[in-house]
Write a protein that binds this ligand. Structure first.
Ligand SMILES: O=C(O)CCC(=O)C(=O)O
Length: 276
């Protein structure tokens, strides 16, 4: 039996729009723990890779597959997130990977329009039954390059993706047509607010030209029935050991587990982020 933590209206909104914003999913105290830990976690800084946006900015990403015994694992495995994911995707989910998306003040790079399934398709996932929880560590505002989504774009199915600058992006012709008929939503979030979004939802973000950092933790999930038919740099189905919601507070400032294996873009055949 799958778990649930959202009401039926929230689930209906996600199905219609391809995304759902849950304000205060993590309360102010939890959000403060999250922010403090993010800044204190040297491993994140050390393993964050810079991704040129082709417009003079650089987005940074630290990524890991295993939701371990640290604060980041406690968030990715906590009931309120995992139960919501199961409800939205209609099946048991497992942790596909997590990442800290970092945009430094003034220099933080933009992300081109893409669907996550545009990458994940290449990893042997037959269905787009995958989604992410995007958790604001800092205030995410228009000024510091918050995420933007095209409302309802998950219903377009998978769009062709190709190389534009150093990033993989969705076919610009199709994106332009979609932009003419779908609402562009700037996902402004306070720390602890969480955006759940479908893997076919088109999203992008602007450079951070502000004086404020924009860090966001993104936890990504796949469904059990969508176990990839081939190996890739992200895992196959592995039972997710979920944790109670208070695990975050208990874990406190326990930052990246020393055993965390971080992403090395050169080994990533699908985003091509390691290649020039
Ligand atoms: O953090 C952002 O603005 C976008 C990140 C993103 O789309 C990704 O990591 O796939």
């Amino acid at each position: 039996m799958i778990s649930r933590s959202l009401d039926s209206q929230q689930a209906a909104d996600f199905n219609r729009d391809g995304y759902l914003i849950v304000r205060g999913l993590f309360d102010a105290e939890e959000a403060a723990i999250l922010c403090e830990a993010a800044r204190a976690d040297n491993a994140l800084q050390q393993h964050a890779h810079g991704i040129e946006d082709g417009e003079g900015g650089k987005a940074h990403l630290a990524l890991w597959n295993k939701a371990g015994e640290d604060l980041w694992g406690a968030i990715a495995r906590c009931e309120r997130v995992v139960n919501a994911m199961e409800q939205l995707l209609g099946d048991e989910v497992y942790h596909y990977h997590s990442k800290m998306s970092i945009k430094e003040p003034r220099t933080g790079g933009a992300w081109a329009w893409h669907q996550d399934y545009g990458y994940w398709y290449q990893n042997g996932c037959l269905f787009a039954d995958m989604a992410s929880a995007f958790i604001a560590v800092d205030p995410n505002t228009r000024a510091n390059g918050c995420l933007q989504v095209l409302k309802g774009s998950h219903k377009m199915g998978r769009i062709e993706h190709g190389r534009f600058g150093e990033q993989t992006g969705a076919d610009p012709e199709r994106v332009a047509a979609a932009e003419r008929i779908m609402e562009l939503v700037y996902v402004e979030l306070a720390p602890g607010d969480t955006l759940f979004f479908h893997s076919n939802t088109l999203h992008r973000s602007d450079q951070n030209k502000s004086e404020h950092p924009r860090w966001s933790l993104i936890c990504c999930y796949n469904t059990r029935h969508n176990n990839p038919y081939k190996d890739s740099h992200h895992p196959s189905y592995e039972r997710l050991e979920r944790l109670p919601d208070d695990a975050l507070r208990k874990m406190g400032s326990k930052v990246s587990d020393a055993r965390t294996a971080f992403w090395r873009p050169g080994e990533d055949a699908t985003t091509g982020a390691g290649k020039k």
